[in-house]
Structures are given as C-alpha cells and as structure tokens.
Design a protein around this ligand. Structure first.
Ligand code: ADP
Ligand code: MG
Length: 226
C-alpha cells in the first residue's frame, strides 16, 4: 500500500540546505505493523510527515494505494489525509477545552456529521479503547495513557487504512507504553497498517518489522517473528 522509491528530501532555510532523507526505498504492505527507529535527527519524523502527506519530497516517488503522492491539489491531499490516514503524536494534541468524546468526534465534525451521531460514534470508539467511562472528562483530568487512547480513538474514527504514530509512547511510563503497544497490536489485527516511530528498542520489538534510519538512509530493515 506504501511504495517509496529513491526518495530524497531537503529543508531549505535561507541559504542553508539540509539534506535529510537521502534516497529511501521502501515497500509496506497493507496490514503490516512497522516501527521506524533511529537517533534524534535521523529523519524519522520527516519520513512520517511525507508518508502522511503533511510535507512534500524533492526527488523520487511515493505511492499510496497506487496513487503517486506529488503535485496533489490541496483538495486531493486532504481527501487522502482524511480518508486513508490517522495520526497519533507524542504530545497527544488533544483540544484542552473539549471533553474526550468531543475530541474523538472532531474528524467527523469536519466531515459534516451531526453532533448526536458523531458523539455516539465517538463513544463507540472510546469503548473499543477501554475508556468509555472517561468520555465526559476533559484532557487535563486524564492520565497520559488515557489521553493517548483518546488520541488513538480520534485517529480511528474516520476508518483509516494506515495509522502513523510519531513517538506515541514518548511521554508515557514504561508500563503504560506497553499497554498502548498492546492496543496498537490489537488494532493492527483488524488489518490496519500501523507505522510507529520510536527510539525505544522495547517498543520497536512489539512491532513485526523494524526499519532503522541512520542519517537519512535505511540502514537495516528486519522482519520479526512476533
Ligand atoms: P527525527 O524525527 O529522527 O528526530 P527529524 O525528521 O525531525 O528527525 O529531523 C531531521 C533533521 O531535519 C534534523 O536535523 C532537524 O533539525 C531538521 N528539520 C526537521 N524539520 C525541519 C524543518 N521544518 N525545517 C528545517 N529543518 C528541519
Ligand atoms: Mg522526530
């Protein structure tokens, strides 16, 4: 479902050019559970942002479901982001003045789904994530693990084909991190492709494939027997 060939990306700021992704080749099939590892600055988030059509690339190609992701109109890019991709971030990115249910329902609000209907669907997803009882609570009343479950429910509500998670356990203690990884494994069983950026080895070992980025190059790509 994801096919990258000879992908390069640089950031240009003023007169400086920083070459971040230096020729990546990568195929990820529907239903895979993949981690991307590498030290800080190796280009993990840049790669994830390109995969999520949040950022462009310079050279090479990126195909998502056989469609080439370059020169898309903003409308088409939004279509792919909204219908194919769910995002999860280290810092949860919840809206502080909306309760858990409203946060989960937000993507449906943007799709024009009415309040009653979207809140009902949001409750179903909170239930699937095991935190239905917290639906009426505000983000600052939730633990880190609960906040990440809300964020995962929000990523799931638009039925994505792939979830992109950038250091989703980076702000969690190790026990909670493993619970969140169990949740990702469970979600992956339903056929959703999941790509998790992490620099923690024990997190990557919960996935089925570890891609190691070093200085913008894929240094290794290992299938695990999990
Ligand atoms: P990682 O997620 O592996 O830590 P990133 O992909 O975030 O690495 O960053 C790779 C390099 O690109 C770093 O040197 C970072 O400072 C730089 N970088 C990231 N985003 C930008 C940007 N928007 N503009 C300029 N440089 C950036
Ligand atoms: Mg990063």
């Amino acid at each position: 479902m994801i096919e990258i060939k000879g992908l390069h990306k640089s950031y240009v700021t003023g007169n400086n050019k920083l070459h971040v992704l230096k020729g990546l080749d990568l195929v990820i099939e529907q239903g895979e559970l993949v981690s991307v590892m590498g030290s800080s600055g190796s280009g993990k988030s840049t790669l994830l942002n390109v995969l999520g059509i949040l950022d462009s690339y310079d050279v090479g190609s990126y195909k998502l479901n056989d469609t080439i992701m370059s020169n898309l109109t903003e409308k088409k890019a939004a279509y792919f982001r909204n219908n194919m991709i769910g995002f999860v971030f280290q810092s949860f990115n919840l809206i502080s003045f909306k309760n858990a249910m409203e946060n989960v329902a937000l993507p449906l609000y943007y799709q024009g789904v009415g309040r009653k209907k979207r809140n009902k669907i949001a409750l179903d997803y909170l239930d699937k994530m095991g935190i239905k009882d917290w639906a009426e609570h505000m983000p600052n009343e939730l633990s880190g693990g609960q906040k990440q479950r809300v964020a995962i429910a929000r990523a799931m509500i638009s039925n994505p084909k792939v979830i992109l998670a950038d250091e989703p356990t980076g702000a969690l203690d190790s026990a909670t991190s493993l619970e969140v990884m169990d949740l990702f494994r469970e979600i992956n069983k339903s056929g959703i492709t999941i790509i998790i950026v992490t620099h923690e080895k024990d997190i990557s070992e919960k996935t089925n494939r570890i891609i190691h980025l070093t200085d913008g190059i894929i240094e290794s790509d290992i299938i695990l027997k999990n």
